[in-house]
Design a protein around this ligand. Structure first.
Ligand code: ATP
Ligand code: MG
Ligand code: FE
Length: 333
């Protein structure tokens, strides 16, 4: 089964071909980071315009590298939501046009289902499993009993982990997107600032990062007023320690409660070296549970993950028709 995946939910224009839901035949990503950097974040209108310019080229390149013609495809999978509506529409319309022209089945995919299924490009999924999804817009613990069925057992009540990284990076005057910069600095610095950890209620798997972000900004501000300086690398280390502590502790608790056999790390923040190392360390203490962490290129936005998730949905019989529309607030469950 060959599926073409298309992803345009935010600021990456991406297309990929995946064989049997497991094997990446091609994975093309045109990033727009350079265009958004000077604004310190993604500008929706700029993003849409870039998608329009890039989408045809990116899809052509994905088909060329896979060495396939459209008639050899079995389906087209596209990110339907969530994301920026103007960005999503470009991918959805490209997918609809190609599906119509080549008479191919069309499947709408949830962007976060895609992030989770990036793991299936690494190894076979074993159920029940738990996925820690940490991205620019989401922080969730997702429980799965079978393919394509998602149960969100915890989620952020305010900022997503990636969002907190980007906002703290901005406070430290680091370039956008800040996550990778904080990750790098954190390894050079020491945990010198005592920052809060939002554990919430005893039995809750929810997260909250806005208090932490405010604490960082306040600490920087207070130090400045006292004429002191906190080194960016020490603040990065302190902030990262707090984020990782909460993410890993809650994941381990959920793993024990839900008795899963696999833990999948997913989303852009899964590229974080500190998080990967600490999760590996803690999971090694639990016996018989496999931890899967995708390579960096499959953690951040890409279309191979959309094709992988789309393949499972296609095989389960899910089909979209020409009324398929972008849904900026699509639910995972
Ligand atoms: P969503 O997937 O929730 O719709 P998104 O697609 O914008 O949001 P991703 O592309 O999955 O998010 O991830 C981007 C986020 O990952 C950014 O916030 C970025 O700062 C963060 N990120 C990337 N690399 C790292 C890293 N090494 N450490 C921490 N954060 C990182
Ligand atoms: Mg992105
Ligand atoms: Fe994403």
């Amino acid at each position: 089964v060959y599926v073409l995946g298309i992803e345009t939910s935010c600021d990456e224009t991406a297309a990929a071909v995946v064989k049997n839901g497991r094997e990446v035949m091609s994975n093309i990503v045109a990033s727009q980071i350079e265009s958004h950097k000077r604004f310190g974040g993604v500008v929706p209108e700029v993003a849409s315009r870039h998608h329009v310019e890039q989408i045809t080229l990116v899809i052509e390149e994905a088909m060329n590298q896979a060495n396939l013609s459209f008639s050899e495809l079995d389906a087209i999978a596209v990110t339907q939501g969530p994301g920026l509506v103007g960005s999503l529409l470009i991918g959805v319309n490209a997918a609809k046009a190609l599906a119509f022209a080549h008479q191919l089945p069309l499947v709408g995919v949830h962007h976060i289902a895609g992030h989770i299924y990036a793991n299936r490009l690494v190894t076979e999924m074993k159920f029940p499993l738990l996925s820690l999804v940490v991205s620019g817009g989401h922080t969730e613990l997702v429980y799965m009993k079978e393919h394509g069925v998602f149960e969100v057992i915890g989620e952020t009540r305010d900022d997503a982990a990636g969002e907190a990284y980007d906002k703290v990076a901005r406070a430290l005057r680091l370039p956008y997107p800040g996550g990778p910069h904080i990750d790098r600095l954190a390894h050079e610095g020491k945990v010198t600032v005592d920052l809060p950890r939002a554990w919430l209620e005893e039995d809750s798997y929810d997260f909250s990062f806005s208090g932490l972000k405010s604490a960082v900004i306040n600490a920087l501000h207070n130090a400045e007023q006292r004429g002191e300086t906190i080194e960016a690398k020490d603040m990065a280390a302190s902030f990262q320690a707090s984020v990782i502590d909460v993410l890993v502790t809650k994941t381990v608790k959920a793993v024990q409660k839900y008795r899963v056999c696999q833990v999948l790390l997913a989303g852009g923040v899964a590229a974080n070296r500190g998080l990967r190392a600490e999760l590996e360390r803690k999971m090694a203490e639990l016996e018989g549970i496999e931890l899967v962490i995708p390579p960096l290129s499959l953690c951040t936005d890409n279309a191979a993950m959309i094709a992988a998730a789309g393949t499972v949905l296609f095989e389960k019989g899910k089909r979209a028709d020409m009324t398929l529309n972008a849904d900026p607030s699509l639910e995972l469950e």
